[in-house]
Write a protein that binds this ligand. Structure first.
Ligand code: SF4
Length: 708
């Protein structure tokens, strides 16, 4: 027989926002291996344990392969054809919209989707149906970073790039266990430190994480006290003459009000609030102020009821020291998911519109309506993630379409979310993997394609767009996400009482058609990518935005000219005031619980949970505790404990950990009821959210622990 040549296809890793390039190896239509793409500027060939085992996560046995349907809640779902399933969903959506209006339906989608998928869902909701009820799990991930950037710099655009790590004299890592959550970026940090041992690394984290262990200075602040720390650092910088007054005067507004506020934030007061030493606050301020300083931050800042202020308070430090738009300097949010950035670019959230436009802005609504060829885009704000599930619970949203995410594990206050899903009239689940917690609530299952099977684009943390090529075809009857949404839109369009022509709105037969339409919506906007095409990405490799038509290359660093995306071109200091976490510890719930990622697992484990090797690092979820807290409760290492608060309880093994300060505990976020006999950590988390970003406080709850 003639040997069949193995093939390699360029794509990206589908886990985190580092956006590593991969080469997918195939033989006879099957994925057989994966290696890092040596030409991809995000990783230059490196992959972490998750990325390097991606090929092991493609077993068809783990996948949803056929549509399934039940017409009554009491029935068991049965295999159905695509036509029957999509017709049924279209009829139910149309009937609900006719009877209760367009806001009685909602779409809850995902930062795992490709930009093209996102674009179609967003247009389906806002353009065809006429509801802004389309939100995404990015709300749980990056929305505070978005609102922090917009409040200070005027646009949702990370100003720095990965290369800045090599130019920084100080790396200020806040609320991010980069070593676990963004491993390949962390390798780059290690390389930079090895090349320049003088570089200072400051880590702000309540835990002594792997990242914190390698820092020159670890600020183990109490959970949620970041704003006090950043204001305190500004206080010290003022006192020590570390501010760039010329920059402040030329390029910013609002400094005087903030200056008055931070006068109160003396090192003594901040040390008391944060539970750290005064001397460390002063050292951190001096290192940051000397610069160039690159701040890297993630969920510790974002998943908070003060998320927007935490982001803004950190950006305030960059503006006050003029450390932005220069090599090695700037605020740099690390994106949790692989394509949370792309989703924001197409406006795939309840408060956004295509091309970084704002729903609340009438001109932006008119521009998008014109681009889409419709009369108007609805003005009524859409419901965000937590609000969607609350509205399902109170009956105002009757039908929800969930794509590529698992809210029955990932939302806070899980018991309320599960009760809401139980109450919904119709739950549609578009998903690639079997057995996720949300599957049990679905009336209709639509099997979707997944990593290695899809074509489209993603944008990573540094604004870099990569074109993903399909290596194999989707298994059995699974279909592409954009294709399912388009097919549904055409069917729904025929049933709705509307003059809109769904066939004109959704003329796509290939992802490239969608990309080209999306690209046009960015013309003249801050993220203008009119110079990018699939062809260019294939020929020249992944590109940074903005990349307007006529350019030879994308832009590495934003705001180099000190002109910001505000109307008058000036950045805005936000007068940030410290507020404590939504929930405080008390006599009944005396311990702080924080949650986060492990090195080798991803989200709710629907993919990583299928790869045996990825359990070598941690076999089961444990609660990490301070040894003194365990001794006081006579809890032995490895014994089972009940972790509880008013929202729920979990039974887990407790282990002492040097990482934990007194009264602090930690549970990894990954395990849910699919893998253990109770709900996951988010059952304990409050649904309280930041009033601007609407991002819930998934990082902190007050708990008690009892021996079982
Ligand atoms: Fe994938 Fe992130 Fe690991 Fe890169 S760092 S291989 S994108 S999980």
């Amino acid at each position: 027989a003639i040997p069949i040549q193995a093939k390699e296809v360029k794509s990206t890793c589908c886990y985190c926002g580092v956006g590593c390039g991969v080469l997918i190896q195939t033989e006879q239509g099957r994925i057989t291996g994966v290696r890092g793409d040596p030409d991809h500027p995000a990783n230059f060939g490196r992959l972490c344990t998750k990325g390097s085992t991606l090929h092991l996560s493609t077993r068809p046995e783990a996948r949803l392969l056929y549509p399934e349907l039940r017409r009554n809640r009491t029935d068991v779902r049965q295999r159905a054809s695509w036509d029957e399933s999509l017709d049924y969903v279209a009829e139910r959506f149309a009937a609900i919209i006719r009877e209760h209006g367009p806001d009685a339906v909602a779409f809850y989608i995902s930062g795992q989707l490709l930009t093209e998928d996102y674009y179609v869902f967003n247009k389906l909701a806002k353009g065809l149906i006429g509801t802004n009820n389309v939100d995404t799990n990015s709300r749980l991930c990056m929305s505070s970073a978005v609102s922090g950037y917009k409040a200070t710099l005027g646009a949702d655009a990370p100003p720095a790039c990965y290369e800045d790590i090599d130019h920084a004299a100080c790396l200020f890592i806040a609320g991010s266990n980069t070593a676990y959550a963004h491993p390949i970026l962390y390798r780059r940090i290690e390389d930079a430190k090895a090349k320049n041992p003088e570089m200072k690394i400051i880590v702000v984290d309540p835990r002594l994480t792997d990242t914190a262990q390698s820092a020159d200075l670890h600020l183990a602040i109490l959970p949620g006290t970041d704003v006090a720390l950043f204001n305190g650092m500004l206080h010290v910088m003022l006192w020590e003459g570390l501010l760039d007054m010329a920059y402040i005067n030329a390029h910013t507004e609002g400094f005087e009000a903030l200056k008055n506020t931070v006068r109160e934030y003396t090192p003594k007061m901040v040390a008391d609030i944060c539970g750290i030493k005064e001397a460390d606050i002063i050292t951190a301020s001096k290192w940051f102020g000397a610069g160039p300083t690159l701040s890297m931050y993630c969920q510790g800042l974002n998943q908070s009821t003060s998320g927007t202020d935490k982001n803004a308070a950190l950006i305030n430090l960059h503006l006050a020291t003029g450390q932005i738009g220069k090599p090695g300097a700037g605020p740099f949010s690390l994106t949790g998911q692989p394509n949370a950035m792309g989703g924001r670019e197409v406006g795939g959230m309840a408060n956004l519109l295509s091309g970084h436009r704002d729903l609340a802005n009438p001109e932006h609504r008119a521009e998008v309506a014109k681009l889409w060829g419709i009369e108007s885009v609805p003005e009524q704000p859409g419901k965000t993630a937590v609000e969607i599930f609350k509205a399902i619970g109170d009956g105002s949203i009757k039908a929800v379409w969930i794509a590529c995410t698992n809210p029955a594990q990932s939302m806070p206050d899980l018991s309320s979310v599960l009760a809401a899903l139980d109450k919904a009239e119709l739950v549609v689940l578009q998903e690639a993997f079997q057995g996720t917690e949300t599957t049990s609530y679905a009336d209709v299952i639509l099997p979707a394609s997944s990593w290695g099977e899809k074509e489209g684009t993603v944008t990573n943390s540094e604004r870099r767009i990569t074109h993903l090529n399909p290596a194999v075809t989707p298994p059995v009857e699974a279909r592409h996400d954009w294709e399912i949404a388009t097919d549904f839109a055409l069917r729904l369009g025929r049933l709705l009482d509307t003059t809109k022509d769904a066939a004109k709105l959704f003329p796509y037969t290939r992802p490239e058609h969608i990309f080209n339409e999306h690209r046009e919506t960015t013309r003249g906007r801050d993220l203008d990518i009119t110079g990018i095409s699939y062809g260019l990405l294939d020929e020249s490799g992944p590109q940074l935005w903005p990349f307007p038509e006529g350019s030879d290359t994308g832009v590495k660093r934003l705001y180099t000219d000190g002109i910001f995306q505000k109307e008058n071109g000036k950045a805005q200091f936000v007068n940030t005031i410290y507020k404590s976490t939504a929930e405080k510890t008390d006599a009944r719930h005396p311990l702080h619980l924080t949650t986060g990622r492990l090195r080798d697992q991803w989200h709710g484990m629907s993919r990583t949970g299928t790869v045996a090797q990825l359990f070598n690092h941690a076999e089961e979820p444990i609660i990490s505790m301070n040894l003194g807290d365990m001794k006081r409760r006579s809890i032995e290492a490895g014994s089972l404990v009940k972790v509880s608060n008013k929202r729920g309880s979990l039974i887990l093994r407790a282990q002492p950990s040097d990482e934990m300060m007194p009264a602090q505990t930690f549970i990894p976020m990954h395990w849910g009821s699919q893998f253990m006999n109770c709900l996951g950590s988010n059952a304990l988390m409050p649904s309280a959210f930041d009033k601007t970003s609407k991002q819930p406080e998934l990082k902190h709850a007050a708990i008690k622990i009892e021996k079982v």
